[in-house]
Design a binder for this molecule. Structure first.
Ligand code: MRU
Length: 368
C-alpha cells in the first residue's frame, strides 16, 4: 500500500481508550472512511459485514480484537482475563467460516494467553497486545516475501487476470495476489491487469481497481463473464488469485467465481497461480470437499453491491449465495507462498514448504 494510504487494520490508542482501527471497505471506492472499533462486538460486526475482509486481514482483525477485549475488560485477575480471551475467541470464530486465517489467529492468541497465565493482569494485557501486533507485522512480511517469489513467475509485458481483491486491503498490507503484481511492477516490469468485477459484492471493481489505480498499475475492469473469451483470444498471460483456505492436497477455496476462471485457464493453457501465506493451508483437511463454504444473505444478489436502491430481480425469487468456491488442485499451476513456490504435486510440495520455520510465529497444531 502506498505511504499515504491508511493501514487496513491496526491498533490505536485514542483519548477514549484503545481501538481496533480499520478502513471501512464497504464504502470504497466512493469514500475512504476509517472506523474505530471500541468493543469486541464492533469488530465482529465489521468482519461479518465485510468492512474488513480478505482472509489475512480477517485474521489480523481477530487477533487485535482479542487484545481489545482484554484491554477493555475491567477484570482484575488474570484468570478472569483468560475467560475474556475464550469468550472473544468464540464470538470471533462465529463471524465467518471459510477463511482459515481467522481460526489460525485465534489459536495463536489463545496459545499466548495460556503461556501468560502466570503473569499479573497488566503484563497479561501487554503480552496479548504484543502477540496481536506480531500477527499483523508477520502478515505484512509474509506478503512481501510472496511478492518476491511470485514476481519471478510474471513475464515483463504480461497481462495478468485476477479475481476478487487479494491486495493490501485484504491483508495487513501489500497483498498476496496483488503483492505478486505489485512486486513485478516494482521490478520495472510493464504489467497490465484484467480485473474481474467479482459479483455479488464487487470486490474487484470496488477494491482491486481502486488499489491498482493508487499504485499506478495499468488495469482494465471486466465483467466476470468476459474472462474466458479474453483467454481464448490469447489476451491473458496468467491468472493470479488469493485464497481463503487451502486443503492439504492443494484444493483451494477462494471467492465465488474463481473456479470458473481456473477451468477457463486450464482450457486455454493459461498458467493459474494461487498466492497465499502458509497459514492459509489447513493440513487438517485432506481435500477441498471438507472446506466450510459460507453462504451469505440474498440481498447481496438481489441488489447490486448489496445497496443500490432498486432490486435487479422480481420480489421473492429464490436466491442461493455461496461466498466461495473450491478450485481443484489439478487446475492450479503453482501456489506461491512466503516459503517458496509449491508446484505439482501440490500435496507434497506444500507439506515440504510449510515445514520450514518462517519467524517467531509457528502454525498451531490444528487450524480450525
Ligand atoms: O468475502 P471476502 O471479500 O472476504 O473474500 C476475499 C477473497 O476471497 C480473497 O481472494 C481471499 O481472502 C484472499 S485475500 C489475500
Amino acid at each position: 500500500m502506498s505511504a499515504a494510504m491508511p493501514r487496513t487494520v491496526c491498533w490505536s490508542e485514542t483519548a477514549a481508550g484503545p481501538v481496533v482501527r480499520l478502513i471501512d471497505q464497504t464504502l470504497l471506492p466512493g469514500q475512504l472512511v476509517i472506523k474505530d472499533c471500541r468493543q469486541l462486538d464492533e469488530v465482529c460486526e465489521a468482519i461479518r459485514s465485510l468492512r474488513v475482509r480478505g482472509a489475512p486481514a480477517i485474521g489480523c482483525a481477530a487477533a487485535l480484537a482479542v487484545a481489545l477485549a482484554v484491554h477493555r475488560s475491567v477484570a482484575d485477575t488474570t484468570e478472569e482475563l483468560i475467560n475474556v480471551v475464550g469468550h472473544a475467541a468464540r464470538e470471533l470464530a462465529a463471524t465467518r467460516p471459510t477463511a482459515v486465517n481467522l481460526f489460525w489467529a485465534l489459536e495463536r492468541m489463545q496459545q499466548v494467553a495460556e503461556q501468560s497465565s502466570d503473569f499479573g493482569p497488566d503484563e497479561f494485557r501487554a503480552a496479548l497486545l504484543q502477540a496481536a501486533e506480531e500477527v499483523v507485522a508477520d502478515d505484512l512480511e509474509r506478503c512481501r516475501r510472496i511478492g518476491q517469489y511470485g514476481a519471478e513467475l510474471i513475464p515483463d509485458g504480461a497481462n495478468v487476470l485476477t479475481h476478487c481483491n487479494a491486495g493490501a486491503l485484504a491483508t495487513a498490507g501489500y497483498g498476496t495476489a496483488l503483492g505478486v503484481i505489485r512486486a513485478a511492477h516494482e521490478q520495472g516490469k510493464q504489467i497490465h491487469v484484467w480485473v474481474d468485477e467479482t459479483r455479488p459484492l464487487l470486490q474487484g471493481a470496488r477494491l482491486t481497481a481502486w488499489e491498482l489505480q493508487q499504485e499506478g498499475i495499468a488495469c482494465t475492469l471486466i465483467c466476470d463473464s468476459a474472462a474466458a473469451s479474453l483467454m481464448r483470444a490469447g489476451r491473458v498471460d496468467c491468472v493470479v488469485v488469493g485464497a481463503d483456505r487451502i486443503a492439504a492436497n492443494g484444493d483451494t477455496a477462494n471467492k465465488i467465481g474463481t473456479y470458473p476462471v481456473a477451468i477457463a485457464a486450464g482450457r486455454h493453457q493459461v498458467p493459474f497461480y494461487v498466492a497465499a501465506p502458509c497459514s492459509t493451508v489447513d493440513f487438517s483437511l485432506p481435500s477441498g470437499d471438507e472446506i466450510p463454504i459460507e453462504e451469505r444473505g440474498p440481498e447481496e444478489v438481489t441488489y447490486i453491491a448489496g445497496r443500490l436502491a432498486q432490486p435487479i430481480c422480481p420480489a421473492e425469487v429464490n436466491i442461493f449465495n455461496p461466498a466461495f468456491d473450491v478450485t481443484p488442485a489439478e487446475l492450479i499451476t503453482a501456489i506461491i507462498t512466503e516459503a517458496g513456490v509449491a508446484v505439482q504435486p501440490l500435496a507434497s510440495s506444500l507439506a515440504e514448504l510449510s515445514s520450514e520455520p518462517f519467524s517467531s510465529l509457528s502454525a498451531p497444531e490444528s487450524s480450525s
